[in-house]
Structures are given as C-alpha cells and as structure tokens.
Design a binder for this molecule. Sequence first.
Ligand SMILES: [Zn+2]
Length: 410
Amino acid sequence: MGHAPGLICRSCGHHWPEKEFMLMCPECSTPLEVDYNLEELHQYLKRGWPQSNDATLLKQWEKLLPLAYPELIARCTLGETQTPLIPANKVGADMGLNDLKFKVEIGPTLSLKDRGSSLCSLKALELGFEAMSVASSGNNASSIAAYAARAGLPAVVFVQRDVSPAKFSKMLAYGAKVVRVDGDLSAASRLCRHMCENQGWFESGGPNPYRMTAKRLVAYEIVAQMGGKTPDAVVFPCGGCAGLVAAYSGFNELMSMGLIPKLPKLIGVQLTACDPVTQAFEQGHFEITPVEKLPSFSDALMNTNPYWGTRAIAATRDSGGLFISVKDEEVAAMLVKLSTEEGFFLEPAGAVAVAGLNKILNENRMQGLNQVICTVTGHGLNSQEKSIYKKMIPQPIPPDPAKVAEYLGI
Ligand SMILES: [Zn+2]
C-alpha cells in the first residue's frame, strides 16, 4: 500500500478518506484538494529533488502523489515524463529579455493534458470506477481517451460543436465514445457533470482533485530544473485556467516548505475572442461574467465561463502577476516566429503565452522581468485544417538540378 492522504476542503476544513471520492465539498461546494502532509513531503525533499532519469511522471514524483497502488503505474503510462525547459535562442532577445525559457508541455497525445490524465486513469482504477469521462475542447478529450484505453477502461468524452478534425481523429482513434454537443464548452461541461453524477463515471476534468494535484507538479519541475531557483515570472495560456491555478498551488507548497523564497509572478494569457478572465481582472473583479465567444482560429482556450477563473485571478494578484489578452493576428505572428526561429511547431493555443509575454513587454505593462518561463503547449498537428501552410504546399517539379535551381532562384 502506498500513499492515500484523502481529500480536504480548504474552506471548512472537512476531510474525507479517499474512497469517498467527490469533486466538491458537500457542505460548502468548494473544490476538494488532496490532503497532503507538507511536513512529510518536506522531509522527503530534503534529500534532494527526485531525478528524472527518463522515469515516467508518476514514478519520478511518486512520493509527492497520492498513489495507493503504485504498482498500477505501468498500466497507466504512455511514457509521459518531466517536460523539458529549453532556453530561447532568439525570441527572448528580441523581446529584450536576458533569460527566457520555454517549458515545453507537449506529452504523448501532443498536448499538455497528459500530465493530469495519467494520474486520473490510475485513480479511476484504484477507486473502482468502470468508465472515465471529461468535457473538453479537444485536447483533454483526446488525452483521457488515450489513457482510458491504456488503463483498459471505456471513455465517454463530451466536446463542443466546433472541434478540429485532427482532434476528433485522436479521440476516435483511441476508441472513446464521443458526444459532440450542439453548443459551446460550458454546455458540454454541464452535460458531462450531469452524466457522470448519474452514471457513476470518473469525471476527469474540471475540478478533479487528482488532475489538479498532478498538474501542480509543473511548479516542482520548474524549480528543480532551475537548481532550486525561482524565476521572475511564469506565463500560461488560459482557457479553463486549471494550469495556472494548479501551478500556483505547487509554488505555494514549495514556499510553505521554505524551498523557495517567493512566488514567481503568474501571468495568464487569453485570446481576445474569449477572455472573460482578463475582462474581470482589468475591471478589478474576482467574479467571472460569462461571455459569448467570437470567431477565432483557435478551438482551444474558448472557455466562456471558466471553472477556475476566480481562483486564477486571486493567484495572479497574490503573486504580483496579471492577465492579458492577445488577438489572433498577434498569436499567428508568434507562431511563425516560434517555428522559424526556435523550431517549435505549435497549434494556435500553444503559442498564446509567448504572444502575451511579448505584448506585456512591448507595452511596458510589467517591470523587473529578467528570468521568465513561458509554457508552450499543443503540437501544430492538432489543427492542420486551419494551418497557414496548407496554401503554401509547393507544386511538384521535375527531378532535374536545373529545375531545382530555377525553383530556388539560385
Ligand atoms: Zn467545505
């Protein structure tokens, strides 16, 4: 038997043993969290950061995760590991930053979602669930479909009407039952919650405490990869805002244990086509007013009423960060820069954080930034049908050196 700390409500202090799985506190509706003993985690980390050595994420961070049956890890992994932290070659210098690094959050199913899905599939098995489910704009549905297939569980995934065919291909390939809801992501999320409550499926997105606790490890990874240092800022693309909120929780744990002296400034970036959190942040509110989404070249990040929006605003304010929005054309320009100057081929949402950082620096919205980490997420193959490169596919030329020279203009 491994480590099964159960769940806690941070608002009213109620604790539940882990076999009583719930997403929200029945007393006060606060999302539940894994009830770690920070002193135990601290004692473990005093021996040094766990080495990656190509270990899967769950294996590397086993002692910091709630794994009652760690022997199930092999059944619930697709080889997801600690993600790389790569220094920018040119993009950082062009922004006037001394030290910009990319945290490349692209897992086995080509997005950042695998970080949470591996643990979700393991907990679904441990807790005896017979099916997994999630509502998603595409990447999370694909990821849950893959990890459910790996764990030998059926998956029922709920997606909004507009999803890229490439993402449909992924989730269908993994054998999930795909429910395409005639509506937006909020409608798909409400339907997913209802069906999970009535059918007893393991809801693996939104407020799932195990997804959040796996996602918090991005903070541990960053600090470990920087040799115990804290960057000035970490920038996240924000739709549902779970990534930023989970990272905040990880950085807070590290600070509580005295392993970092301060929080990095947490910066959330949304697309102007759907930016309810930026709007609330700029108006000085914590409550999110749902918006209608406008047309965008991205299907991801189109969350009209994000579950973690209020918490994300609190996290950015507490850390001295901010929310900002970027237009499609600003992201498109950054996509080209990141592929041609850095070698990263990303879907639109994958470049949103870097486009947001560029805008913050151009508009002088934040001072004192030197060492910054930008998360890049979502592989370019996730949205090929909207790719600008489709129109650029060249005509075939005869296999003749003279024709090659003519074609290349050399
Ligand atoms: Zn409560």
